[in-house]
Unconditional design. Sequence first.
Length: 231
Amino acid sequence: MMIDKITRLSIFFNETLKSHFRFFRPDPNKYSTTDNLTIIPVQREAYFLTLNTYLDVGETVLDVGFGLGYGLTILSIKASSVTGIDVDRKCVDYCTGALYGRNPKLHSLILYDGKTIPFEHDHFDIVTCIDVIEHVEDYEKFLSELIRVSRKGVFISTPNRRPEYTNKDGTPKNYWHLREWNYDELLKILEKSGNLDWNFINGTWEGPFDISGKPMENTQALAVFIKKRIM
């Protein structure tokens, strides 16, 4: 009987802590990529995938949530100009110091409000958004803005919701992420946005990676090009 009471108390406290843990978690709005100046291998792979598959020589690119800016440098290999916007002033300041005057393709780096992208419709040939949407609360409005300012389409990459990175209640273990999706979940969200060209980035966290046309057991990231529908 004593063991049963201890077990019930243990379950009670575990569930109570789980339900209230959010009050002790860092505020996602205070997250900054500059807190840890580390290149994430799967992000770099996603930028190269964009470069080699979807970006034509001489096109213009907007990178939304550019972070440390290494994606801007990769995209500059083929783009005529690259522009970056981010909600994080620290990232804008960091990349202004690190990239301006060094990358002749870099057009501008802009701090924005995370809601309305400050450009006209169809302003850029391609918009890229790598490991950002999982941080965004109103992701449907966010997606509509990405598509609005693109001419050809939008390339998105986001972490695959894997068991080892997921809590028992379905929330991400990465507490900076508001949510993560698997392929079926993300498909339901994106299928109404345009014609989808799926890629799955597979490998270990540090790489090397390979790209497949369907999800694999070792898929680290879901990468999709949303082809803009001509109205």
